[in-house]
Design a binder for this molecule. Structure first.
Ligand code: COA
Length: 260
């Protein structure tokens, strides 16, 4: 499959997905929505992929939705407008649900949907000077399709300020409020991304996928309701071949097979 708006490259078990519309700061239009969805479905289905890095070529990670495309969509008959919006919402869901861990390499600007993509990945690493913002209100719209992903990372309280004011904030603040995992100096961005990848690759692949699913299944439960779910989860997981290998490797003082 060849992509027009993305660059895809494998580096061993790591799949790099790079937004590639640098002239418009990687704003996403319908083609990007289609291709990102396909790229993350492909990553999910590929046994050779153990982690995905999402990044943007050029000056900025992403300036969010392409405003020329948004204007075009707004002019369509309502059913088509609604179908396009659902397709965009499903792109974020496909990224967030990908069974392979997704690391975001965020630099320059990550505005509107760019902040949304940052929220949809598992481990976001950004530069301290990167500019974020849920800026949609400045355009007379709201951060609707990205809201579930952003709310999961920063909570409703912080979202009330940031969604309503549309104010911009830097990478340090993004780390403080939990939108990103780490904010680092520009020169350290690639090594910080690599450090997260190394951590992910040293973990059992099925365990990483299970950890992601665990969060989705448990986050909304009461402590009481969680008991049957989490106890079954660990009972099932600790009986897998991967867990047996993990326990045995530790007790034998050797590296587990998935690290060789
Ligand atoms: N949609 C469509 N085009 C966009 C875009 C967007 N979201 N963001 C940037 N572009 C285009 C600009 O129109 C410009 O096109 P031109 O070269 O034909 O004039 C080009 O990308 C470069 O943008 P520019 O503003 O000159 O670059 P910059 O590096 O100085 O600033 C941003 C980058 C991201 C800070 C600035 O472009 C911006 O604020 N964009 C809007 C972001 C936004 O509000 N996103 C929310 C979308 S819901």
């Amino acid at each position: 499959m060849s992509y027009e708006t993305l660059e895809i490259a494998m580096d061993g078990p790591v799949r790099h997905v790079r937004l590639n519309r640098p002239d418009v700061r990687n704003a996403f239009n319908g083609a990007v929505v289609d291709e990102l969805t396909l790229a993350f479905e492909a990553a999910d289905a590929d046994d050779a992929t153990r982690a995905v890095v999402l990044s943007g070529n050029g000056k900025s990670f992403s300036a969010g939705a392409d405003l020329a495309w948004m204007k075009e969509q707004a002019g369509l008959p309502h059913a088509e407008n609604a179908a396009g919006a659902e397709h965009m919402a499903r792109m974020f869901l496909t990224i967030a649900r990908c069974r392979k861990p997704v690391v975001g390499r965020i630099h320059g600007h990550a505005l509107g949907g760019g902040s949304g993509l940052t929220a949809a990945v598992d481990v976001a690493v950004c530069t301290e000077t990167c500019v974020f913002g849920l800026t949609e209100v400045k355009l007379g719209i709201v951060p609707a399709v990205i809201s579930p992903f952003v709310l999961q990372k920063i909570g409703a309280g912080r979202a009330r300020t940031l969604f309503l004011t549309g104010e911009r904030f830097d990478g340090r603040e993004a780390q403080r409020i939990g939108l990103v995992h780490r904010a680092v100096a520009e020169a350290e961005l690639d090594s910080a991304v690599q450090a997260s990848i190394d951590e992910l690759l040293s973990a059992g692949p099925a365990a990483v996928a299970s950890a992601k699913e665990l969060i989705r299944n448990v986050a909304h439960l009461s402590l009481e309701d969680a008991v049957p779910v989490t106890s079954k989860w660990i009972a099932d997981l600790r009986a897998t071949d991967e867990a047996k290998e993990g326990f045995t490797a530790f007790l034998d003082k050797r590296r587990p097979g998935w690290m060789s």
